[in-house]
Design a protein around this ligand. Structure first.
Ligand code: RB5
Length: 149
């Protein structure tokens, strides 16, 4: 799988750890910044990651800020993107199986390294189930289309 990853300063400390986990598992990772723990604004990085995933069909994204909330909200503002803020392996599994999320959001101040690893593995190893869930995802896409300027 191909992943884009972006954080803010409050997610920066776990970025290298996440990149190592993904590359150890044979995935490609493109780091969209930041390059230091200096203070930045999470909307800039949520947006950058979401635009990269939107423009590279079939790719996935990972966004991390302190809570995971702000950067996930920001990523979701890009039409066509479904960014899921996950706190455990179950929510990560459902984000793929039911919501066909392309972007995984996490909060560095919320989850520790062991939980991050289990979240990543659940997200990576789960396929979208389609079926009844496909129509619901299409309804999400229809909201985007309706409000797109
Ligand atoms: C930064 O202090 C913090 O507000 C940010 O990382 C994130 O938690 C926002 O949702």
């Amino acid at each position: 799988m191909k992943f884009y990853i972006a954080t803010d300063h409050a997610g920066y400390a776990v970025k290298g750890y996440i990149k190592d986990l993904l590359t150890d598992r044979g995935h490609d990772v493109i780091d969209l910044g930041p390059d230091s723990a200096d203070r930045v604004d999470y909307p800039d990085y949520g947006r950058t990651c979401a635009e990269a995933v939107r423009d590279d069909v079939g790719s996935f994204g990972i966004v991390v800020c302190g809570t995971g909330i702000g950067i996930s909200i920001s990523a979701n503002k890009v039409p066509g993107i479904r960014a899921a803020l996950c706190h455990d392996a179950y929510t990560a599994e459902m984000a793929r199986a039911h919501n066909n999320a392309q972007i995984l959001g996490m909060g560095e101040r919320v989850v520790g390294k062991g939980v991050i690893e289990s979240i990543l593995d659940a997200f990576i190893n789960t396929e979208f189930e389609g079926g009844r869930h496909a129509g619901r995802v299409e309804k999400i896409n229809a909201i985007d289309a309706e409000y797109k300027r």
